[in-house]
Design a protein around this ligand. Sequence first.
Ligand code: GCB
Length: 638
Amino acid sequence: MDARVESSRGSGPAERASAPGHDPYHHLHDEAYAAPFAAGRVGWRDMLAMAGRRAESLDGVWNFVLDLHDEGLRQRWYEDAPAPIAGWTAPRDHDDGDWQTTTVPSCWNVARPEWTYFEGGAWYTRSFGHEPRLPGERTFLRIGAANYEARVFLNGVFVGAHRGGSTPFFIELGGHLVRGANRLQIQVDNRRRPERVPMNHTDWFNYGGLYREVGLVRVPGIFIRDFGVALVPGSHGRRIAIDVALSAPIDGVVEVAIGGLAEAIAVPVAAGAGRVEITAAPELWSPANPRLYEVEARFGDDRLHDRVGFREISVAGQRILLNGEDIFLRGVCVHEDDVATGKATSEADIRRRFADAKALNANFLRLSHYPHHELAAKIADEEGLLLWQEVPVYWAIDFANPDTFADADNQLREMIRRDRNRASVIIWGVGNENADTDERLAFMSGLAASCREMDPTRLVSAACLINREHFRIEDRLSEALDIIGLNEYFGWYEPSLDGLKQLFANSDLDKPLIITETGADAVAGHAGAPGELFGETHQSELFGKQLDLVADAPYVRGFCPWILYDFRTERRQTALQRGYNLKGLIAADKATRKKAFATLSERYSELAQQQKPAGASPAKADQNACKAAPDGHDPRGG
Ligand code: GCB
């Protein structure tokens, strides 16, 4: 931790003002004020496996204040002991006895109309009581997600920071935690920046705040930091690998039990890490049979408990195999977005999402464009839905910037660490619609390599664009991917569907492809004539026509329309849209189903019955007269 931040501990404005050599105006000229906090940044290595651990909730009402100019960091508000104005010995620019309040978790944008478009820093403060329970115990603050950057202060001392808006992080409170009342302050900053992940340009709303659960986690002095249990790839469901990492580089044994399969597995640990493989024949997890096993891991006083499914996902030529069997992914994309709660997600909202996906006869969801709430994968495990999870490497990321890579890579690893035991998650997505440049190739190949290093049990993909010069599905990144994702909007941004026909005819893939997005805006309740933009009829017919074309492209092994629900985005400002993307199959009220919902539901039902045959030889470019679109024009300017 940075010395300047440490040494400031405990000094309030009065003490500072009277300190020899103190310049009370220094902060006016200090543009490096935020730099020290970067030194205390936590990341994926600081995470704790939560499996079965209970957090002492810090959710509820917090004091809250907006801080557009970062005065709190510049002037070190966190050092000021709360006091009524009458008790101040030097002026302050904040009065924490008089702050507003807000609820955690929530997004400030939906809390008050005047906060809707606020982008900047804001402070959350609350106190909590603490009593140690066991000798040697350690206490961590767990924040489910804070968009985008968070800096945490306990009892006036900076204790850690995090960046990345959709993954959990853990900060050890250590010796700064006192018996009795403690004062916690968290500065959250949702400013969009060109070098962050995502960058400043996205097609979703930039909600800010502590929008997932916050709590304290107590663990013994040495605890199980990471824990994975999964089928060994290629073992045909006959071998299970268990790996553990302890919080200290010691030797020992972690005991693991998999209910009904193996009751006492000893995992020897050397220098803090251990791995064993056992022979077993678990009942395999699948959408038709989402069988979960009770798994327990014990080390000393530490105990983890999880419910884990065993399944194998792989590719063979153009096919995707689940437990060795060909599967066609009948998907739909979904954002975390809600008219009332913004990006804050409840269990009920996730369950509704999945109920709608099932009513659509889908077996797959693309959780776009960032890691969703951890409950999503847990519930998908129970309900037998397959998931794609991704990091927000979206559009024009600053691919040449090593610090941007470090940020993206950390978010990716945090997502993998969090959800590594979720059978439902079959694909990690490393990016969305990024132009095929050398820098992007290196950046995203690096992310794909991180996925493989951390997790050999899942497939890696990215939502790619087409090569406009050759008018083919062609992306240099595909070398690094197991599945090619393709976002295409033939029938919308590119009005003619002939383009899709040409594209399939021109392309020859040796890997499976998922249409990771396609769709059209439709105003709920406005039928419109066939082909009429923004009409439900056009949207509905489009999916039927797309699926007809897909049937002729043997390498297409998944179809994932954009999107389940209409969602908020400031990029859309016609009178019809007014801040909403209307490509939902269901309106933003999450109740009004558009015509396309029934159409897709029927088509998916047929597909489920037929299970699209795979493995036929791909269409050959030279068998078709189709050529590149004349000028290589990208209708969306990408
Ligand atoms: C895309 C993006 C998605 C947008 C969508 C649209 O390709 O990946 O984030 O919302 O198109 O509606 O244009």
